[in-house]
Each structure stands twice: as structure tokens, then as C-alpha cells.
Design a binder for this molecule. Structure first.
Ligand code: MN
Length: 231
């Protein structure tokens, strides 16, 4: 550490790569809102078909699959959201959907933990969602599978089980905005770069987690994501 550094800089969070001992260093975490029509409907929202919208989480909100976390502070209504996550491996700025896939390194299962009560209060007051979305341990990541191993995005199942019961069940074809469309749109506003993660939204069936809950999410062709909430 340089002598003039006031304290140790935090290490860069990393995500494992399946079938390899390589690590993916995380730069930023973008999240798409309302990308499945049935989830938008269950939240009482119309789907905006003009453009996707986003919120962000700190890279330091990341926790790896298999962790046990304490129930997040400041909420009594913490929800799971199972998501398909893309990992960016090359620069992309103002790219077209046709060129967007060149920026994708791989895909992973992820969970967007949400303090739903704080998000709802922010929505009511037209305030930002940060308290509801960006908090410690709020971005759960399973190991990343390289694109070449996963193949094309089609109708792969995306599911989440809580305590052994299926609570979310959809396919990737249910996404409103496709992976290339999301990258192309987001790249109009950011210089996307290696290390960026994009959570692509959750299907219907979101709900609360309780202390002691065990979550396990699956997407066909990807390593599963697991999380336990401590009692
Ligand atoms: Mn989400």
C-alpha cells in the first residue's frame, strides 16, 4: 500500500468462472427494471415499451453464491428476485444491437435482493431507489459461464426455489428487452467496460424471504445460485 494511503483500499470483488480458476473482477453493477411483463403486472405497473430503465448497485454489494447472510437491516420486507446476469468482457459504447454481443463475456445466475418496503416508500415519494436496492449483500452472483459454452439465448428455463418450493418459473424468452437490446441501449449512456455486470430483471413470483430461508435459483446451462438467510 502506498505510504500516503489513509487506509487499505478495498479489494476488487471477483466472481469465479465455471470450469476454470480464472476470476472476473467486478467494476459496476447495472440492473434492468421491469423486464418481464408478468412481474411488471404483479407490481402494479404498466410495461414501458419505449425504453428499458435501470438502477445500480455498488460492486461492494456483491456476495457469492453459497453464502449465508444476515437479514438485511432497516427492512421488514426483503424480497428475492431471481435474474439472468450478463458479464461484460469488452468495451461497448454506442453500439448497435447487432454489434452488442461482442461485448459479452458470459452469463450467470444472480439474485437481486430488494428491501421492498423501502423501495415502495421511495416510489410513493418519487425518490431514488437506492435504499431499497443498493445495500450490503444485495447482489448475489453464481459463477460465470462463458458465452461459447452457454450458446444462444432461447427459451432456457429460469426458476427460483425457496425452502424447496418453486416460487419463480419462466423462460429467458419472456424478457421484454433482449440482451443485445439492453447492451445497445445502456451503451448510449455509459462506456460499458470489462467487469461490468448487468442484471436483466426478474420474472413474476417475487416475494419475501424470512430468517432461515434457503434460496436456490437455476437457469438451464448455468451454474445455480444459492443463498441462505441466517436465523
Ligand atoms: Mn431486479
Amino acid at each position: 500500500m502506498p505510504a500516503n494511503m489513509l487506509f487499505d483500499p478495498l479489494p476488487t470483488p471477483t466472481v469465479p468462472i465455471t470450469g476454470s480458476d480464472a476470476l472476473f473482477p467486478v467494476r459496476r453493477i447495472f440492473c434492468v427494471g421491469r423486464n418481464y411483463a408478468a412481474h411488471a403486472a404483479e407490481m402494479g405497473n404498466e410495461v414501458d415499451r419505449e425504453a428499458p430503465f435501470y438502477f445500480t448497485k455498488s460492486a461492494h454489494a456483491l456476495v457469492l453464491s453459497g453464502a449465508e447472510i444476515t437479514y438485511p437491516p432497516g427492512t421488514s420486507d426483503c424480497h428475492y428476485e431471481m435474474e439472468f446476469v450478463m458479464a461484460i468482457g469488452a468495451a461497448a459504447h454506442q453500439v448497435s444491437p447487432d454489434d452488442a454481443m461482442a461485448a459479452v463475456y458470459g452469463y450467470a445466475c444472480g439474485i437481486d435482493l430488494t428491501r421492498r418496503d423501502l423501495q415502495a416508500a421511495a416510489k410513493d415519494k418519487r425518490r431514488p431507489w437506492d435504499l431499497g436496492k443498493d445495500f450490503e449483500n444485495a447482489a448475489i452472483m453464481a459463477p460465470i459461464t462463458p458465452v461459447a459454452q452457454f450458446g444462444a439465448i432461447a427459451d432456457q428455463a429460469i426458476t427460483l426455489d425457496m425452502d424447496g418450493a418453486r416460487v419463480q418459473d419462466a423462460t429467458l424468452r419472456d424478457m421484454i428487452w433482449s440482451v443485445p437490446e439492453i447492451i445497445a441501449h445502456l451503451s448510449r449512456f455509459y462506456h460499458l467496460a470489462p467487469g461490468d455486470l448487468i442484471y436483466t430483471g426478474t420474472p413474476a413470483g417475487v416475494g419475501p424471504v424470512a430468517p432461515g430461508a434457503a434460496l436456490e435459483g437455476h437457469i438451464d446451462g448455468l451454474a445455480p445460485v444459492a443463498l441462505r438467510i441466517a436465523r
